[in-house]
Ligand binder design. Structure first.
Ligand code: UD1
Length: 329
């Protein structure tokens, strides 16, 4: 049984990935200090798999704590490193917090890997590394543009750190993860005030907000609103299992887009949520949000071929699970 250390394994994408790793026969160990998630996700994982999962309460920026984890866990076959702060808004207000935590945690993880001869790491990157791409759909060879936020900058820097380290690595560049596990037992438990589109739509549906402001309808797109590539979090979680299998077999350094390859506008996203959940969302058109890019969606040829991965879930199903999670949480 392959042992995989999963930092941030109690978080939104991390918890879904733990379920998929166990389903695929791996033995994951969660390393998480629960600073921006809840123990509910660990309980949820255990209910879904009907077994206990190992959890180590440690801060990944604390070398002493991580040394203890590595030495006590014995042979580790790979790391999946999710642990990071993720609010773009907060990163603009408090960049140092993002540099310290997001870069600091990868630094400690890489050092521990070296000292303990662990070779393989999967890193949570983001399509934000591309900025506004010149060519769509964007592929992995597109250059990194100037980051729009300190959060985006930390993802760019972390990818560079992986390149200059002697580890084997896969950077998974997530597009826009949405939705939740169909059981509604795990999901996004972070304390961040939602700033992403789908959680905000769900908050409107439940009545926490009166309406959603659509940030601009004067973009050069068919309906004037921005276009993104929304990927169901369960599909995204499965890509980590494929990436780990691939890395153990092939070694080297790699980066893959993880999206659907389909561009969806903000208005289309709102309509999809309304239709599948049979409800009405109030919206108003507001000014553009600073730092927003007009349009981005993934070229997924590389991930299809190399990882033998493709998304299975359709947008409507993701929107249904997002609403189910909002009602339950
Ligand atoms: C944002 C981050 C990105 C990060 C990703 C994580 C920015 C500039 N980018 O991406 O770095 O990796 O989240 O999921 O913040 N929208 C509205 N009204 C709202 C909220 C959003 O119209 O109240 C629109 C946005 O303008 C955008 C789309 O919905 O066109 C998606 O927004 P969001 O969910 O915040 O994701 P991104 O901006 O793509």
């Amino acid at each position: 049984m392959r042992k995989i250390l999963v930092t941030g394994g109690a978080g939104y994408i991390g918890s879904h990935t733990i379920v998929e790793l166990i389903t695929a026969g791996y033995t994951p160990i969660i390393v998480d200090n629960l600073c921006n998630t809840s123990h509910k996700n660990i309980d949820g994982i255990e209910s879904i798999i009907d077994a206990k999962v190992k959890w180590r309460n440690a801060d990944c920026t604390n070398k002493y704590a991580m040394d203890k984890v590595f030495s006590e866990e014995g042979k580790i076959d790979g790391i999946i490193h999710f642990a990071a702060h993720k609010s773009v808004e907060e990163s603009v207000k408090n960049p140092q917090k993002y540099y310290d935590n997001n870069i600091g945690s990868l630094k400690v993880v890489l050092k521990c890997m070296q000292e303990n001869e662990v070779k393989n790491i999967i890193f949570s990157s983001s399509c934000t590394v591309y900025g506004m791409p010149d060519v769509l759909p964007v592929d992995e060879n597109a250059p990194f543009k100037k980051a729009e936020s300190p959060y985006g900058e930390t993802k760019q820097i972390c990818e560079e750190m992986l390149k200059s380290d002697n580890c084997n690595s896969v950077a998974l560049r997530y597009f826009n993860p949405i939705g939740s596990h169909p059981t509604t037992l795990i999901g996004d438990c972070s304390a961040d005030r939602p700033s992403n589109l789908v959680p905000i739509i769900a908050e409107c549906a439940i009545g926490k907000r009166e309406y959603i402001t659509i940030f601009g309808d004067d973009y050069n797109t068919p309906d004037g609103t921005c276009i993104r590539d929304y990927i169901h979090v369960v599909d995204l979680a499965k890509s980590h299992v494929k990436a780990m299998e691939f890395l153990i077999k092939n070694r080297g350094k790699h980066a893959f887009n993880v999206g659907t390859g389909i561009g969806v506008s903000v208005l289309e996203a709102v309509k999809a949520f309304e239709k599948i959940n049979n409800l009405k969302i109030n919206y108003s058109i507001g000014p553009r949000r600073s730092g927003d890019i007009e349009e981005i969606y993934a070229n997924v040829n590389l991930v299809n071929i190399k990882l033998d991965w493709e998304p299975k879930e359709i947008l409507e199903k993701a929107m249904k699970s997002a609403w189910d999670w909002e009602k339950k949480k």
